[in-house]
Design a protein around this ligand. Structure first.
Ligand SMILES: C[S@@+](CC[C@H](N)C(=O)[O-])C[C@H]1O[C@@H](n2cnc3c(N)ncnc32)[C@H](O)[C@@H]1O
Length: 252
């Protein structure tokens, strides 16, 4: 997983007309991860028709949640799920909800499947794809009850800021996937990214704050968010963790 990807080469932007928020690494999988992929992907990983790049989503691809999960239940989508700690913990403790992990880091997805299998979580699926395309295309409009974005890559050098996932336009992208009243939850340990998230999402007509409307406020820590290596690293470096939460306003 890119820990601090800002010095690495960007992911094949020549194939896409917009910059992506990740760097694809060759990062080899361990033997256990290779085995997990072969054994568990048929159940856990969605087979997505691609467009221009290997992590793209074809414009005609659509998830039908009731078919994928075999039932109708609230759907929680985590973007950039990393090793899967948050979503596996949530899926195994909330059997009445369905979960979708969106990630481009293969070894992280393999780890997520292994942990999900060990935990007996059958209400979770994974998709190896660029998250904005999943929100804009793969998910039916209004199908998600919650979208989670925890510790997205900060792209903290100013020349790389344009690669940030949460930037102008992200409110509309997340708002399309969320049902009316659904919630977008975010957390970051980078103060200037937290400020950018709040500016961009406060301005999005699809969303309203689900925390104190006072300009300088932050949301309380989401208690469904487990501690991950990224949060621990931020804390160890003395950074404050900021949570945000936005509700999808009712469609007109
Ligand atoms: C800093 S890590 C945080 C992982 C996890 N949320 C946590 O808190 O441990 C950010 C993750 O987002 C993934 N990512 C970045 N941009 C993405 C995108 N456009 N689509 C899917 N995953 C993405 C990266 O591969 C990486 O695993």
């Amino acid at each position: 997983m890119p820990d601090e990807p800002s010095d690495a080469a960007p992911d094949a932007p020549r194939f896409r007309d917009k910059p992506v928020s990740f760097v694809r690494r060759s990062g080899r999988m361990s033997e256990a991860q290779e085995r997990a992929w072969a054994e568990l992907a048929p159940f856990y990983a969605l087979d997505v028709p691609r467009d221009v790049a290997s992590t793209s989503v074809h414009p005609d691809a659509r998830l039908v949640p009731a078919e994928t999960y075999g039932r109708t239940a609230p759907l929680i989508v985590e973007i950039g799920s990393g090793q899967g700690h948050a979503i596996v913990s949530a899926a195994s403790s909330r059997p009445d909800d369905d979960f979708l992990a969106v990630e481009v880091f293969r070894a992280g997805l393999a780890r997520t499947m292994l942990d999900a299998d060990r935990a007996g979580a059958r209400n979770l699926r994974l998709v190896e794809a660029n998250a904005p395309e999943v929100l804009e295309t793969l998910l039916p409009e209004g199908s998600a009850d919650e979208v989670w974005v925890f510790f997205p890559d900060p792209w903290h050098k100013s020349r790389h800021n344009k690669r940030r996932l949460v930037k102008d336009g992200f409110g509309a992208v997340a708002g399309r996937a969320l049902r009316d009243g659904g919630v977008l939850r975010l957390a970051t340990d980078w103060e200037d990214y937290a400020l950018q998230m709040r500016d961009v999402l406060d301005a999005a007509s699809e969303l309203e704050r689900a925390f104190d409307a006072d300009g300088d406020a932050w949301a309380p820590r989401f208690d469904g968010r487990v501690m991950t290596a990224f949060e621990r690293k931020g804390l160890n470096k003395g950074r404050d963790i900021r949570d945000l939460a936005y509700r999808r306003v009712a469609r007109g």
